[in-house]
Each structure stands twice: as structure tokens, then as C-alpha cells.
Write a protein that binds this ligand. Structure first.
Ligand code: PEP
Ligand code: MN
Length: 363
């Protein structure tokens, strides 16, 4: 993997402060809708105005964006309210049109990040252009693919590079439109601490009532900003109507978000150190316990092998599963967590037993 050269947000040439707030409609629909939304947003604490001009819709027959005409409406709304503008680009033609119209920042949408051919074409079209690019995560939970897109842009000379976390598409039903899977942007932060990561609660949530809690969580995880869709009349928006907020509702959310400090000062540093030491101790203890548990699994594996018994006895596994879940509930652990934990332990146990069955490990 190439390592990325990234310019920190404060060196992008805008008056960006942290947290960075990006807002505007999902789609630009008319000159009037764009201007009114921007004017009503202008005093709500946002730094950057967004709008979708070309909309990648899952099914045909939906509103696919107003097209090129909307670019000047967005740019004018930005000028009128003194905000830089950003837009999604998915093709070389979009890039050319957006640059010609004077858009300040580009973003690559989730359905484009998945395709290395498209990203490469966009990157090549941006060779020699000094413009910031924000890359949304691919729709599938694949950090490598996300990084790969950034590497292509970086190789084309784009160093004002940021990420937008908009959640990941899964088949299971969930209260989220796209699962946040926070561990993925956290890993991105670990790999590239200097890369700005903006969270997009609108596309994670899919409904406006969840936006506040996901936004607060994003700030508590110390991400750099939020992109939240806002429309002058959300219920009648031509796309993503359930998740958009009026500019006034967005203003209330921004005003009530709590920005906590990530710097651990000495006053509460000591207390934190003590808790962290306790966490380390508990984790080490957990590793010891898991090693013991797998040791016993290997003994059981040897016994089953010597007596011609199958590894998996469904009744026994059902019994364990039900017992652990009922105990966990009493201890205020969530059922989902215990289910996933027990399944992971069971899988590991089966791996150990299989090796013994096949005489790979000494018993
Ligand atoms: C959008 O921001 O309106 C959009 C289309 O988002 P995504 O690429 O995350 O689906
Ligand atoms: Mn949208």
C-alpha cells in the first residue's frame, strides 16, 4: 500500500474551523430552492454548502438530478451567503463542468468509490488541478477499496484529501439506512491521523429523528465534521425526503451538539490512566480465559475423535447459547453483543477441535 500525502484541513485555504459543518439539499431542484435553502442555512454555523447536481439513483425512473444548469445556482447561492460550495462528481464530464462553474470542493459518492475504473478516470481528469476532494466510503464495508480511491487521487497530485463516512449498505433490516460500523473510520483515523474525516449522519440514518444522536456520536469519536442534508421543505424534497431537515431544525441540532476536548489534560489524565490500566488488565485476563477455554475445547476434540463423535452437537450449542444470553441480559449486556461474542468463541472452538480431529495439533 502506498502511503498518502495529506494536507491538514486548516491548510486547505478556507476558513474552516473544527468541527466542520457541511449542509445543503440532497439535490439541487431549482434556482429558487437552492437560494432559499442557502439563505436560511447561512447563519446556522455551516462552513460549506453542498448540493447534488447529478444523482446516482438505485432504480431508474427517480429524479436523477437537475444536471449542469444547477451548478451556477449552487455557485450563486454560495456567493450570496459567502460559503464555498461542494458537489458530487461521478464522471470526467462532471469534473469538467464543476471546475468550469467554479465549484470549490468535489466529493466522490459511495457508488463511485466502489469502482476503481471510475475513480481512476476522475483522478486522471484532476491531474494538475488544485482542488480538495472528499471521498465517501464505498457502499460495502471495505477499507482497502476506500483507501485505494484516495491513493488514485493522491497519485494524481490531490493532497487536499478527506474522507466522508456515510455508513455501509447491508441486507439485514436495521434502524439505520447504512450501518455506521464505526470501527472502519476509526481504523482509517488510526492509519492516517492527519486525514480529515467528515461523518454524514443523513445517509447513515435515513430518517431525520436519528440524526442528532449519530452526529453527537461522531463528535464524541473526535471526527472532524458533519455533512447533514437540509432542504427548505424536506417532506416535498425530490430525493431523500425522510432524512432531510429544515435549515432551522439543522440550526437547533448544531447549537445543541456538545464538542468535547480530545486533549487529555493532567487534571483528569490521572483518573483516565487508572481506568485505562483497568481495561488493559481486564483484556489480558480475557485473553487468558479464552486460551484456557480453547485448551478445554482441544481436550473435547480429542475425546470426540477417539470416540467417533461429531464436532457439532446442535442441542448442546443451543443450550449454551440460551443460557449465556439469559445471563448476559441480567448483567446489562446487549443480546446482540453476546450473540456475536458467543458465535465468535464457538467458531474458534470448532477451529481448534477440527485441527485435533485431523490430528494437526498435539493433544
Ligand atoms: C448524497 O450525498 O446525496 C449521496 C448521494 O450520498 P452517497 O454517495 O453517500 O449515497
Ligand atoms: Mn442524499
Amino acid at each position: 500500500m502506498n502511503s498518502l500525502q495529506i494536507l491538514p484541513l486548516q491548510d486547505w485555504g478556507f476558513n474552516f474551523t473544527r468541527p466542520l459543518f457541511i449542509s445543503g439539499p440532497c439535490s439541487c431542484e431549482s434556482e429558487d430552492q437552492m437560494m432559499e435553502t442557502a439563505l436560511r442555512l447561512s447563519d446556522k454555523g455551516i462552513h460549506l454548502l453542498r448540493a447534488g447536481i447529478w444523482k446516482p439513483r438505485t432504480r431508474p425512473g427517480m429524479f436523477e438530478g437537475i444536471g449542469k444548469d444547477g451548478l451556477s445556482w449552487l455557485v450563486n447561492a454560495g456567493k450570496q451567503t459567502n460559503k464555498p460550495t461542494c458537489v458530487e462528481v461521478a464522471t470526467v464530464q462532471h469534473v469538467e463542468d464543476a471546475l468550469e462553474a467554479g465549484i470549490d470542493i468535489l466529493w466522490i459518492g459511495a457508488r463511485t468509490t466502489v469502482n476503481p475504473f471510475f475513480v481512476q478516470e476522475i483522478a486522471s481528469a484532476l491531474k494538475g488541478v488544485d482542488i480538495p476532494v472528499l471521498v465517501k466510503n464505498p457502499i460495502n464495508p471495505d477499507l482497502q477499496l476506500w483507501l485505494g480511491s484516495m491513493e488514485r487521487l493522491n497519485a494524481a497530485g490531490i493532497t487536499k484529501l478527506g474522507a466522508i463516512h456515510r455508513g455501509f449498505s447491508v441486507y439485514e433490516k436495521s434502524s439505520y439506512r447504512n450501518l455506521p460500523m464505526w470501527e472502519i473510520p476509526i481504523e482509517l483515523r488510526r492509519l492516517y491521523p492527519q486525514m480529515p474525516i467528515i461523518v454524514d449522519p443523513s445517509h447513515i440514518c435515513g430518517s431525520r429523528d436519528l440524526i442528532y444522536s449519530v452526529s453527537q456520536k461522531a463528535l464524541d469519536l473526535d471526527f472532524d465534521g458533519l455533512m447533514i442534508e437540509s432542504h427548505r421543505d424536506p417532506d416535498n424534497a425530490w430525493s431523500d425526503s425522510d432524512q432531510q431537515l429544515t435549515p432551522e431544525q439543522l440550526g437547533e441540532i448544531i447549537a445543541s451538539l456538545v464538542v468535547r476536548s480530545s486533549a487529555v489534560d493532567t487534571m483528569f489524565g490521572n483518573e483516565l490512566d487508572i481506568w485505562r490500566a483497568q481495561i488493559d488488565r481486564i483484556d489480558n485476563y480475557m485473553l487468558e480465559i479464552m486460551a484456557d477455554r480453547m485448551g478445554i475445547a482441544r481436550k473435547i476434540g480429542a475425546f470426540k475423535r477417539d470416540n467417533g463423535i461429531t464436532i457439532l452437537q446442535t442441542n448442546r450449542w443451543d443450550e449454551i447459547f440460551r443460557d449465556r444470553i439469559s445471563k448476559a441480559t441480567e448483567k446489562e449486556l446487549t443480546v446482540d453483543f453476546i450473540r456475536e461474542l458467543m458465535e465468535a468463541i464457538h467458531q474458534e472452538s470448532i477451529r481448534h477441535q477440527t485441527k485435533i480431529m485431523n490430528n494437526i495439533l498435539a493433544d
